[in-house]
Design a protein around this ligand. Structure first.
Ligand code: 5GP
Length: 196
């Protein structure tokens, strides 16, 4: 019994919920899932590496990727643009490898339209106060930007119905374990396996 095709996992949720941390912890213990590296127009942070964290591109290059249909989805997230290169995702799925996207909610909804068979995991904050505390704590955003993120989060929660799973991020270790269990369970689903 072997897998028919790779499974696409979409990990998504409001800004500040801990998607990046969970993704990194997950990848440390799972070497049989490929992470899709996004393209972005955002400037690299001091510890970020081109081709590892993101493909850092200029506005023109990003525009060119859109026009030539090289992106599976793309979205403007708080003033910068981010997109998933289509080629990498499709090649790996066709080869039978599972692929993980860590993207915002607008992007996840686009993937849902194009590839509804993907597995959508919504990472939710325990509550809005905790989200506010985390956004303040990471010291990355101005008060204005935090207020915008909190308001956006409330609107984004309305999209939860399009997802297959919800993981509340109370404790990182537990949330990572839940995401890992979802991935393992999906791999065991009969319709993801080819019999004989
Ligand atoms: P950051 O700039 O902090 O790395 O990421 C900002 C937001 O962009 C996060 O919510 C992250 O999930 C989202 N993001 C990263 N890559 C992509 C992508 O390829 N597509 C979309 N739609 N969102 C992305």
């Amino acid at each position: 019994m072997h897998k028919k095709k790779g499974i696409l996992f979409v990990l998504s949720g409001p800004s500040g919920v801990g998607k990046g941390t969970i993704k990194e912890a997950l990848l440390k213990t799972m070497n049989d899932i490929c992470l899709s590296i996004s393209a972005t127009t955002r400037k690299p942070r001091s510890d970020e590496i081109h081709g590892e964290d993101y493909f850092f591109v200029g506005e023109n290059e990003f525009e060119e990727m859109i026009v030539s249909d090289k992106l599976l989805e793309w979205a403007e997230v708080y003033t910068n643009r981010y997109g998933t290169p289509r080629g990498f995702v499709l090649e790996h799925l066709n080869r039978g490898s599972d692929v993980l996207l860590e993207i915002d909610i607008q992007g996840a909804l686009q993937v849902k339209n194009k590839m509804p068979e993907a597995v959508f995991i919504f990472l939710s904050p325990p509550n809005i106060d905790e989200l506010a505390r985390r956004l303040c704590g990471r010291g990355q955003d101005s008060q204005e930007s935090i207020d915008l993120r909190l308001a956006t989060c409330e609107a984004e929660m309305a999209h939860i119905k399009y997802y297959n799973y919800v993981v509340v991020n109370n404790h990182i270790d537990e949330a990572v374990e839940k995401v890992r269990s979802i991935i393992q369970a999906e791999r065991c689903k009969l319709n993801n396996l080819s019999l004989g």
